[in-house]
Design a protein around this ligand. Structure first.
Ligand SMILES: CC(C)(COP(=O)(O)OP(=O)(O)OC[C@H]1O[C@@H](n2cnc3c(N)ncnc32)[C@H](O)[C@@H]1OP(=O)(O)O)[C@@H](O)C(=O)NCCC(=O)NCCS
Length: 116
């Protein structure tokens, strides 16, 4: 997310998200971990979803989101940066819907999406 590259606080947010919460990783036998997702289980809220650039458009995010959805009590939700057109197109292809504009994190404007 190049528009956030100067925001070093993102690394601390990710470190915090990875310690107490649920996380899934996608692993390929010859490549190791190729993607991950972190979830706040009680809220069914996805904090982070990332797929290695070499493994995009291979269904990794779809698989991670399906596993997270199976363990959730209801629909999943997340916030996506409005500038993140790649992710927005991916969520649209997966049937997610925009439910609100959720203000900003630092300089990034975001929108709230919910899963099917
Ligand atoms: C967004 C991201 C997670 C998608 O991961 P992915 O593994 O490539 O997605 P999938 O292969 O499971 O694709 C799911 C669907 O979205 C579509 N899609 C994925 N990326 C897309 C893009 N950049 N543009 C258009 N469509 C896209 C796929 O074609 C697929 O649709 P289809 O089944 O109808 O063909 C990945 O690009 C990424 O890690 N981006 C950087 C981090 C990020 O932005 N995370 C999200 C923060 S909210």
């Amino acid at each position: 997310m190049p528009w956030r590259v100067r925001n070093r606080g993102q690394y601390m947010i990710l470190r915090r998200a990875l310690s107490p919460q649920a996380a899934w990783v996608a692993e390929e036998p010859d490549a190791g971990i190729v993607g991950f997702l972190t979830l706040q289980p009680l809220q069914d809220y996805i904090d982070h979803l990332f797929v290695d650039t070499d493994w995009r458009f291979c269904g990794v995010a779809r698989g991670l989101l399906e596993v997270a959805r199976q363990g959730a009590t209801g629909a999943l939700s997340l916030d996506v940066d409005t500038e993140n057109m790649g992710a927005r197109r991916a969520y649209e292809a997966l049937g997610w819907q925009v439910v609100a504009s959720t203000g900003s994190t630092g300089k990034a404007r975001q929108m709230r999406l919910v899963s099917p």
